[in-house]
Design a protein around this ligand. Structure first.
Ligand SMILES: *[C@@H]1O[C@H](CO)[C@@H](O)[C@H](O)[C@H]1NC(C)=O
Ligand SMILES: *[C@@H]1O[C@H](CO)[C@@H](O)[C@H](O)[C@H]1NC(C)=O
Ligand SMILES: *[C@@H]1O[C@H](CO)[C@@H](O)[C@H](O)[C@H]1NC(C)=O
Ligand SMILES: *[C@@H]1O[C@H](CO)[C@@H](O)[C@H](O)[C@H]1NC(C)=O
Ligand SMILES: *[C@@H]1O[C@H](CO)[C@@H](O)[C@H](O)[C@H]1NC(C)=O
Ligand SMILES: *[C@@H]1O[C@H](CO)[C@@H](O)[C@H](O)[C@H]1NC(C)=O
Ligand SMILES: *[C@@H]1O[C@H](CO)[C@@H](O)[C@H](O)[C@H]1NC(C)=O
Ligand SMILES: *[C@@H]1O[C@H](CO)[C@@H](O)[C@H](O)[C@H]1NC(C)=O
Ligand SMILES: *[C@@H]1O[C@H](CO)[C@@H](O)[C@H](O)[C@H]1NC(C)=O
Ligand SMILES: *[C@@H]1O[C@H](CO)[C@@H](O)[C@H](O)[C@H]1NC(C)=O
Ligand SMILES: *[C@@H]1O[C@H](CO)[C@@H](O)[C@H](O)[C@H]1NC(C)=O
Ligand SMILES: *[C@@H]1O[C@H](CO)[C@@H](O)[C@H](O)[C@H]1NC(C)=O
Length: 421
């Protein structure tokens, strides 16, 4: 294969869009370009750039590179770019998603779990996707926060980027601002590193940034999150069904829920698991929790995304360690097996989903409540091997009370001060 780049010149007949690149292009990059290179030129009139992006991946998605200039690209339609192999994606500019919520609600692509949908399904093997700390996904999410009006899982509200069926790949230096819904989902994937990622979804209205999770994983193994900065109003990172060997390191979360294991157990009689997760050296600033685990009850009520229950399986070998938790809004550690259809309560002792071997600590910081931990395990599946290192002696509460509530925790090595609801 020639070492010289094969410049990719495409004439998109349908749109008369010429993509071009030349050897004296002002475009500079540290990327080790090789193979076919497609430079996506944004439309001059601000029209939809998605067809050009899809074509670039079709042309250069095997042993090639796809380059985005330091320009704004308008994304007005869904994208599916899968089956890529040995490709470098260099994002120097901004991908700006349109605010046509009716279009997105009827056209977003199915994620294949919880009825969730996405604006872009992306995947393949041996991919390097670089944003250099400035390549940006801008979901223009404020319109979604205002449309959602604090309602969870508005149907068709799209995940910005879904990494699907992807192996042996690295995503680095990407910024996700004002995400429409979850910033990223990772599904059916293995051996990924996602590093130096910035997420910030902040609402300027009375409506919250509910569902703006930083990243959710499903059916995925060996996924490493390094140096994420996440500002949002929901789960910071949420490993869900069949997530294993997940490492989250050296990250800072502002205002979200912390590392949220689950929810899981949402599908009647489905066996799902979460195994081997370490979250270490996390700074959690005004998070609701540092680490928490939530399962649906054992009684199915309604259907996903907002209903369900009755799932089986296990979550085990999970550690949240070396954290700094500042002004934690509820508790450092939480387990709940009470999740059920919105507005419904009860059934907290019915889940057969087995939680075991979970460790929080060592860590320092404080909560602004009287709670250090709230550990509510189901009577149908009590939780063994639950550990709070040093009884959270280096963590303060607001006041003199230091509550650790427990239900169905097997032989706790720490003092339970009451029962957990
Ligand atoms: C990846 O693509 C480049 C450019 O075509 C090629 O030089 C290299 O050998 C490919 N690597 C693999 C593992 O195929
Ligand atoms: C991108 O372009 C803008 C203005 O056109 C400039 O301010 C900015 O420094 C450029 N960014 C990079 C990383 O080159
Ligand atoms: C699933 O999503 C579709 C469209 O996205 C929506 O019409 C339907 O109500 C959703 N189902 C549930 C149970 O929320
Ligand atoms: C990923 O692979 C799974 C299993 O083969 C398949 O069910 C799913 O449709 C694929 N997803 C995408 C987005 O291609
Ligand atoms: C996990 O993924 C990383 C990054 O892709 C890779 O280097 C490592 O070998 C994988 N680990 C295993 C056990 O496959
Ligand atoms: C997140 O965005 C908001 C609003 O633009 C800004 O005030 C805040 O400083 C940002 N947070 C971080 C950590 O960059
Ligand atoms: C909130 O953000 C939206 C989208 O950026 C903007 O149009 C609107 O003017 C902002 N409202 C306020 C009150 O700042
Ligand atoms: C929406 O939820 C946020 C966060 O919980 C809350 O502060 C805000 O008051 C709610 N807005 C309305 C109008 O209820
Ligand atoms: C999840 O993992 C379990 C245990 O390996 C397996 O039985 C189940 O089929 C997996 N679920 C899916 C949808 O792949
Ligand atoms: C979890 O880690 C243990 C110990 O390293 C290993 O034996 C086990 O296979 C791992 N589980 C999965 C699902 O990879
Ligand atoms: C408990 O989980 C930790 C990882 O957090 C693992 O190292 C240890 O081997 C597990 N213990 C058992 C008994 O499996
Ligand atoms: C801390 O406790 C004091 C006294 O009970 C109370 O007035 C205050 O609102 C609490 N602060 C927070 C942030 O919960």
């Amino acid at each position: 294969m020639s070492l010289l780049a094969t410049w990719c010149i495409l004439l998109l007949a349908s749109r008369s869009r010429l993509w071009t690149a030349s050897n004296d292009s002002p475009y500079k990059s540290s990327v080790p370009w090789s193979g076919s290179i497609c430079t996506v030129i944004p439309s001059a009139d601000g029209s939809d750039d998605a067809p050009a992006i899809i074509s670039a991946f079709e042309q250069c998605g095997q042993d090639g590179s796809v380059l985005f200039l330091n320009k704004t690209y308008h994304i007005e339609s869904v994208m599916k770019t899968t089956g890529l192999n040995n490709v470098t994606v260099d994002l120097q500019g901004t991908l700006l998603w349109s605010t046509d919520t009716s279009y997105w609600r009827s056209n977003s692509l199915q994620l294949g779990y919880q009825n969730q949908t996405t604006a872009w399904i992306f995947g393949g093997n041996d991919i390097t996707f670089m944003g250099h700390g400035y390549g940006t996904f801008d979901g223009q999410g404020q319109i979604w926060y205002d449309l959602g009006q604090n309602i969870s899982n508005l149907a068709g509200r799209p995940i910005s980027l879904t990494i699907a069926n992807t192996t042996n790949s690295v995503f680095s230096g990407i910024r996700f601002v004002q995400s429409q819904f979850w910033s990223t989902a990772i599904t059916h994937s293995e051996n990924l590193i996602l590093e130096d990622i910035y997420v910030n979804s902040t609402s300027n209205s009375t409506w919250s940034t509910i569902n703006t999770d930083g990243s959710d994983t499903f059916y995925s193994n060996n996924i490493t999150f390094l140096r994420w900065s996440i500002t949002n109003g929901d789960d910071s990172i949420a490993p869900k069904a069949n997530s294993s060997n997940i490492l989250i390191q050296d990250s800072i979360f502002y205002g979200g829920n912390g590392v949220a294991i689950g929810s899981i157990g949402q599908y009647l009689n489905a066996f799902e698991f979460i195994e081997n997760l370490t979250a270490e050296r996390i700074i959690c600033y005004e998070c609701q929790f540092v680490g928490y685990i939530k399962t649906w009850t054992g009684i199915q009520q309604g259907y996903p995304p907002n209903g369900g229950g009755g799932g089986i399986g296990y979550a085990k070998n999970i550690a949240f360690r070396d954290f700094v938790a500042i002004n934690t809004r509820q508790a450092i550690a939480q387990i709940t097996q009470c999740t059920s259809y919105i507005g419904l309560t009860g059934g907290c002792d019915t889940s057969k989903f087995q939680i075991s071997n979970i460790t929080w600590g060592p860590g320092v910081g404080n909560t602004v409540t009287s709670y250090l931990a709230q550990l509510q395990c189901s009577a149908a599946a009590p939780c063994p091997d639950i550990n709070l290192v040093g009884n959270f002696g280096l963590i303060g509460t607001n006041g003199t009370e230091r509550q650790i509530t427990c239900s169905n925790v097997v032989d706790p090595a720490f003092p339970c001060t009451g029962s957990a609801e």
